[in-house]
Ligand binder design. Structure first.
Ligand code: PRT
Ligand code: MG
Length: 213
């Protein structure tokens, strides 16, 4: 859209926290995205529309200008970011942390393997983390249920997101290192930032105020 602003959001956790934040800045979708099957939603604000995509796809939509701005998890940005979009500021929503976890040992003794096998959805982040510590890790890329990998002997450790810690606990895992805190960030397409400067900075400014409040 030439003058409108398209915002990319993802279903699930980010959407749950995004809708109240958008409402606080006066942007309300015409249909409830948690109920609707529609992937493009107009809002009460003329020209502003939402597109609902997979969490890992938000940076791609924004990078190619299919959306002008987006709400993207820092985990996704760290894993696949290439500097081709602006990471404007931390929205402080969908908070969690990216950690290294391993099976809890009864004897409490840590006997970490010299060359651990690590299951994760984040091979780039995991590789950088272990390499920086001089640990040569074999990374096994998974698309979900990382917590299962150590139970069935697929991996010694996992790198995964944790919020309450209940999933780790339920699967007999303990956190051994925190890699980084994670939350959703406002990202913007570089060209749109110039071409639609006024419209985008208006939304950006309102979001920034709402986040700080
Ligand atoms: O579900 P789908 O396959 O479409 O994609 P997705 O799983 O990537 O989407 P979704 O909705 O799960 O959202 C993912 C984004 O939400 C992530 O990229 C993070 O930025 C953010 N986020 C925040 C989280 C969590 N908190 C979180 N706890 N994403 C996932 N989790 C998972 C975690 O992987 C683990 O399985 O929740 C479980 C742990 O929760 P606790 O509370 O038991 O510790
Ligand atoms: Mg999910």
């Amino acid at each position: 859209m030439k003058n409108g602003v398209t915002i990319a959001l993802s279903k699930g956790r980010i959407l749950e926290d995004s809708l109240p934040l958008l409402r606080r800045v006066g942007i309300v979708p015409n249909e409830d995205p948690t109920e609707s099957r529609r992937l493009v939603l107009d809002t009460n604000e003329p020209g502003v529309r939402l597109v609902i995509v997979r969490a890992t796809d938000v940076p791609t939509y924004v990078r190619y200008g299919a959306a002008d701005i987006g709400f993207a998890g820092k985990d996704v940005l760290l894993e696949s970011g290439d500097g081709e979009l602006y990471e404007l500021f931390d929205l402080g929503i969908a908070r969690c942390r990216l950690v290294v976890a391993e099976p809890r040992r009864e004897d409490g003794a840590g006997h970490a393997p010299i060359r651990p096998r690590v299951a994760t959805k984040y091979p780039n982040i995991a590789h950088r983390f272990f390499a920086a510590r001089g640990v040569q890790a074999d990374i096994v890329k998974l698309y979900g249920s990382m917590e299962l990998a150590p139970i069935v002997g697929l991996a010694d450790r996992i790198v995964d997101l944790v919020s309450s810690g209940r999933t780790l606990q339920a699967n007999g895992l303990v956190e051994v290192d925190q890699i980084t805190p994670v939350s959703a960030w406002l990202v913007a397409n570089k060209a749109a930032m110039k071409l639609k400067h006024e419209a985008i900075t208006s939304i950006m400014g309102r979001l920034e105020l709402a986040v700080r409040a």
